[in-house]
Structures are given as structure tokens and as C-alpha cells.
Write a protein that binds this ligand. Structure first.
Ligand SMILES: Nc1ncnc2c1ncn2[C@@H]1O[C@H](COP(=O)(O)OP(=O)(O)OP(=O)(O)O)[C@@H](O)[C@H]1O
Ligand SMILES: [Mg+2]
Length: 440
């Protein structure tokens, strides 16, 4: 069988590689693509089985590789003698890489092996990053000695979702992260809300932090590795890293679903638990749009929900909030690999009647078949104090019922497989450094 091959090769290598490809009887070079748009168009038109692509091809990124993958085109990366080219291709998920000066036999073998393989077998990004970025064997940046060691890529992802109407996604996300960090579990809190990112403000962090925008960009162009992620998501407290959100909501197109998936893969190798503060909206623009490659406003949220080991569905404990929650759950389940855990927040008798937890629990169970195990009471004094000081419940209202409920919820979250006791950091009260990060 003749394999149909597309090429998109930098001028400095093109003539020599084309001559060698021309000498291979079992392949047919169906098109020499002068640039990336041409390559993507040829791939989408179903012209080829394999594309031979230079690492230096202008514009080559995660999104374009995803387009080729969707068109069932296998990609072989072609590199010069610059090691950085290979690293970048690996980080973009290209598993088959050959030097540009490979002979015809070597090229033939690589092309045939790839075309015969299960499509796109790739090594994990975290695994590659750990090998390549000068990290220690536990997968942590070499200078990163205060985080408890754990197997790379074992961290768990928790997506915190809730319907429109500010039911408390961010409040729960930051406080859950704080509770986990205080017990010695290393945490990365990611602000993925493409409508109104505010984790930086809630924690009093400097707005200038490049955070999510820079991480998404790096993921897109293939330069996001574990060391870069660690730099972009600094520790605000021992064991507590934060990747701040997009600086303004109109920059949502920068945050692509593919980048989010890659980011989460990598983050699993950095910390025990990744908490993602998601956007409220679950609409998938893909079904509305003819151009399926167009950026999707909710892509990052949907990717986080799909990747998460645990999905929390947060609803506000009043009639409107509860109805929105119940209506949103089927859609959430469609996108989620895990069965969502329902949390009712802002529970108060003034709107739900006496014994509000019991009443809400019974009503949801009876009328919507939803069982609720977690309730957080309305506590304006405690939460306002937190907002004012840019600190967490465990600092501002450590003995409140709200804090006790958040802590109990945190204890149910799956952390990474328990390491040996000696590897665990001693549990210690959390210091109140977060507030001091404020922009003063
Ligand atoms: N249990 C609670 N008691 C009192 N106030 C609360 C409680 N939970 C959250 N709040 C307050 O409600 C407001 C909204 O909370 P939060 O920002 O966490 O919601 P969200 O779901 O993330 O909303 P958004 O749609 O803006 O992202 C905040 O002022 C927060 O302090
Ligand atoms: Mg929020």
C-alpha cells in the first residue's frame, strides 16, 4: 500500500529531504505545503495519511496539531541539530521525531511505523517534562524541596462548577485549596473562569502575575513544561500554588480547551491536588458554530470538567439557586467523567425555613432525585471579613460552622495516593501570609 504524505519543511532542509523522500517507493508525496495554513487545508481535505513537518514551521502549535490529528493525519517532526527543537515538538505532543539529515531508509521506516501505529501514541507531557527540564526524579523543580514528594502525574484534579448567579464557586475553591494546603497536601489553584476571573483579587495577589494567560500561551506554542508552570504558578503559602486567571474577560479566546487539558496533565505532576475554579456556562459553542476550530468560550471549563477526578457542583441555597443547580446538573453530567458531588452553599433559614439543610436536602431528593451531602451555611460576617482582608476562612473564622463544613468537604477530596508517613510534611497551622501578598 502506498502511503500519502504531505510535507511542510523549512527551506533550509527542504530540497535534501524531498530528494530522499522521492527515493522511497512505498510513499507518495501528494503535496509540498509552503506554509501551515496550506498544510492544515490539505490535511482537512483528507489528502494524506502522514505529514512530515519541520519543527521550525512558522505557527506550528498545539491547536494546529490537534487539527491534523482530527483529520487522521499522523505527524512526523523533522528537526535540525538544535536540541530545543526536539524538546518543543515533544511538548507539543509529537512522538515521532527524526533528524532532517536522516537517510531514505530511516525516513521510510519512521513513516511506515507511524502510519501503522494506533493513532498518535504519545508519551505523557508530565513524564517528558520531568525527564527533560532538569527536574528531580519525583518530578518537582530541583529547588522545590518543601513540597512532599509524590509520583509525577498522580495529582488529582477537582473542578468546581456552579450555575450562573454566583453560588460561591470561587469562595469554595480558594478555601478548599487553603484547607488542603494546611494539612500538608500540595495544591495548585487554577482560575479558569473566562467570564470573571477573580482568584487573584480574592487572595490579594499582585495583578501583574502573568498566570493563566502566559500558561495558555506557553501550552499553545509548546513551551509549557513543569518548570515553567511552577514559575507561572508561584507559591503564595507553603504547599499552595496559584495560577491566576485572565486579566480581562475579553481575552477568553486565549484560553483554549487543548491548552487546559495539557496544563492539567502537567499540573498533576506538580502537586497532589489541582483545584479549578470554573466558569458557570457549559454551553458548547462547537455545536453552534460551523467552524469547529474556532475558540470556544467555555472550552477551558469543559476541558477541566472532563479531565477532573472530582467535580463539585455548587448551588446557592435559595429557590432560584437550587432550581438553576438542578437544571444544570444533567448538562454537567454530560461533560463530566465523574458523577458530580453536590454542595449547597449559602444555606439560610430566612429563605429556606427552619432546619434549612434538612428541608433543602429533602426537597432536592424528592423532586429532583439529587442527594446532597455537603451544606455550607450563609455566614456574611465570616466571608465578608475574608474578602476585606484577602484571607481565608481558616484565618479569619477558624471556628465557624462554615469553615468546619468546608474543611469536612476538603477531607473528602481525593488527594494523591498517600505517601509513606515520613514523606508527609508535618501538619501545622497555616501561616497567614496570603493576605500580605496584597498589592500594598
Ligand atoms: N456561605 C456564604 N455566606 C456568605 N457569603 C458567601 C458565602 N459563599 C459565598 N459568599 C459570598 O458570595 C459572593 C459570591 O461568591 P463567589 O465569588 O465565590 O461566587 P462565584 O460562584 O465564584 O461567582 P462568579 O459568578 O462571580 O464567579 C462573594 O461575595 C462571597 O463572599
Ligand atoms: Mg467566581
Amino acid at each position: 500500500m502506498t502511503l500519502r504524505v504531505l510535507t511542510a519543511i523549512e527551506p533550509r532542509h527542504e530540497a535534501a529531504v524531498m530528494t530522499r523522500l522521492g527515493a522511497i517507493a512505498t510513499i507518495d508525496v501528494v503535496r509540498r505545503c509552503p506554509d501551515l495554513p496550506d498544510l492544515l487545508a490539505a490535511g482537512a481535505a483528507g489528502l494524506a495519511d502522514v505529514a512530515v513537518v519541520s519543527a521550525g514551521l512558522r505557527g506550528l502549535d498545539r491547536d494546529s496539531l490537534a487539527q491534523l490529528r482530527e483529520a487522521d493525519v499522523h505527524v512526523i517532526g523533522l528537526i535540525g541539530d538544535d536540541e530545543a527543537e526536539e524538546r518543543r515538538l515533544r511538548q507539543l505532543g509529537v512522538a515521532t521525531i527524526v533528524p532532517a539529515d536522516s537517510g531514505p531508509e530511516e525516513l521510510r521506516e519512521a513513516i511506515e511505523r507511524l502510519a501503522a501505529s494506533t493513532p498518535h501514541t504519545e508519551i505523557g507531557d508530565a513524564e517528558w517534562a520531568a525527564l527533560e527540564s532538569g527536574l528531580d526524579p519525583a518530578g518537582r523543580p530541583a529547588d522545590d524541596d518543601s513540597e512532599a514528594p509524590h509520583d509525577a502525574a498522580k495529582g488529582r484534579v477537582v473542578a468546581v462548577w456552579g450555575p450562573v448567579g454566583s453560588p460561591g464557586r470561587t469562595t469554595l475553591s480558594v478555601n478548599l485549596a487553603g484547607e488542603l494546603a494546611a494539612t500538608g497536601v500540595s495544591v495548585l489553584l487554577i482560575d479558569a473562569d473566562t467570564y470573571g476571573a477573580c482568584v487573584a483579587q480574592v487572595l490579594g495577589l499582585l495583578d501583574e502575575a502573568a498566570g493563566m494567560a502566559a500558561a495558555a500561551r506557553a501550552a499553545e506554542v509548546g513551551t509549557l513544561d513543569l518548570a515553567t508552570l511552577a514559575r507561572l504558578a508561584p507559591r503564595v503559602d507553603p504547599g499552595f500554588r496559584v495560577l491566576t486567571g485572565l486579566p480581562s474577560a475579553d481575552r477568553w479566546p486565549e484560553l483554549r480547551a487543548e491548552s487546559m487539558t495539557h496544563l492539567l496533565d502537567l499540573a498533576r505532576g506538580l502537586v497532589d491536588v489541582v483545584i479549578v475554579d470554573c466558569a458557570f456556562c457549559l454551553e458548547d459553542d462547537e455545536t453552534l458554530s460551523y467552524d469547529t476550530r474556532a475558540p470556544r468560550r467555555n472550552g477551558a471549563t469543559l476541558a477541566a470538567i472532563a479531565a477532573a477526578d472530582t467535580v463539585l457542583a455548587v448551588g446557592a441555597g435559595d429557590p432560584v439557586g437550587l432550581q438553576r443547580l438542578v437544571r444544570g446538573l444533567p448538562e454537567l453530567r454530560e461533560h463530566s467523567g465523574a458523577d458530580p458531588t453536590v454542595v449547597v452553599n449559602r444555606v439560610r433559614a430566612s429563605v429556606a425555613g427552619g432546619s434549612p439543610e434538612r428541608r433543602i436536602g429533602e426537597a432536592l431528593d424528592r423532586f429532583a432525585g439529587v442527594s446532597v451531602e455537603h451544606f455550607v451555611p450563609e455566614d456574611p460576617v465570616a466571608f465578608d471579613r475574608c474578602l476585606l482582608s484577602a484571607r481565608l476562612l481558616l484565618d479569619e473564622a477558624p471556628k465557624s460552622l462554615a469553615r468546619a463544613r468546608v474543611r469536612a468537604l476538603a477531607a473528602t477530596l481525593p488527594a494523591v495516593a498517600e505517601p509513606a508517613p515520613s514523606a508527609r510534611r508535618r501538619i501545622r497551622p497555616r501561616s497567614a501570609t496570603i493576605g500580605r501578598w496584597s498589592t500594598a
